[in-house]
Write a protein that binds this ligand. Structure first.
Ligand code: SF4
Length: 287
């Protein structure tokens, strides 16, 4: 299995991402998000560890790149807490910044700002996941990730350094973070150009975590997902009309502030006003 591989090789019917490659410097993740999907298919997920032979394999594979987008990361976060000391993602970026590629970082950590010198050497963008502007709620949803305030400051710093930023309000959980109006106004004010959003999709282990942390909410969500919901692209989703209502609201809020919008694996591609993942923000050629 190559280290840099095709994103979504299974061609999920709900995925509207443009073609891109994916690289995960780490297996597992230590942010501990209640809603994490990757924890259902990666063993010992909370034990974050570097990929085997990471740097040697990356050097070999990066030499063969021909201008593709490399998305870092999609089944883990490239900036877990350990990255502050280990610097493995930074070393990957050092290699990639000398290669023929374009980079999309996906993270919920402000450690990414440490690497702005490398991200300005190569066409790149950063997608920061910010599910709420309420630090107390974020501590429940994403217990070990940097606070929302720190992530917002990171977005501002990256934009200040000339690196385009999109924000993933992802996932939206009904009754928990389904009114992002204040967050979107803040994001527009700091110069974010694109919002990607999706609704929460329960898997057995993330549903267990959510039910333990937010039992009253889980009780209300249960019939919405497990009686009235639908199966789409291998996922259990909210009823279509409710997904449409929640995500249209985000789209309208974003559009009213001049931002583009895309949905992630919802079976609602007509809501997209640009490439869903915000990759249109990556400059076409070296700066
Ligand atoms: S940051 Fe992403 S991969 Fe890590 S626990 Fe949270 S949702 Fe999972």
């Amino acid at each position: 299995m190559p280290l840099i591989s095709s994103f979504d090789p299974w061609k999920n019917s709900t995925c509207t991402c443009p073609p891109k490659l994916t690289l995960n410097p780490y297996s597992g993740c230590d942010h501990g998000c209640l809603y994490c999907y990757a924890s259902s298919y990666v063993q010992n997920f909370a034990e974050c560890r570097p990929k085997k032979d990471l740097l040697q394999a990356l050097k070999r594979e990066a030499a063969k790149l021909k201008g593709e987008i490399v998305s870092i990361s999609n089944s883990s976060d490239p900036y877990p807490r350990a990255e502050a000391g280990a610097g493995l993602t930074r070393r990957c970026l050092e290699i990639l910044s000398e290669s023929n590629c374009r980079i999309q970082i996906i993270t919920k950590s402000n450690i990414v700002t440490r690497d702005d010198d490398l991200l300005t050497k190569v066409p790149s963008s950063v997608a920061l996941t910010i599910t709420t502007d309420d630090d107390n709620l974020a501590r429940i949803l994403e217990p070990h990730a940097p606070s929302s305030t720190e992530r917002l400051r990171a977005a501002q710093d990256l934009i200040g350094a000339g690196i385009p930023v999109s924000v993933r309000i992802d996932p939206i959980i009904p009754l928990v973070n389904d009114d992002p109006s204040k967050l979107i106004a803040t994001l527009a004010g700091i110069g974010v150009k694109h919002i990607t959003s999706s609704t929460y999709k329960p898997k057995p282990d993330n549903w267990r975590r959510l039910s333990q942390a937010l039992p009253k909410i889980a009780e209300k969500l249960k019939p919405l997902y497990f009686q009235q919901g639908e199966r789409v692209g291998g996922n259990t989703l909210l009823p279509k009309d409710l997904r449409f209502k929640l995500l249209s609201n985000v789209r309208e809020l974003a559009s009213a502030r001049g931002m583009k919008f895309g949905v992630c694996r919802e079976g609602l591609p007509t809501l997209n006003t640009a490439a869903c993942d915000g990759s249109w923000l990556i400059p076409a050629a070296a700066r």
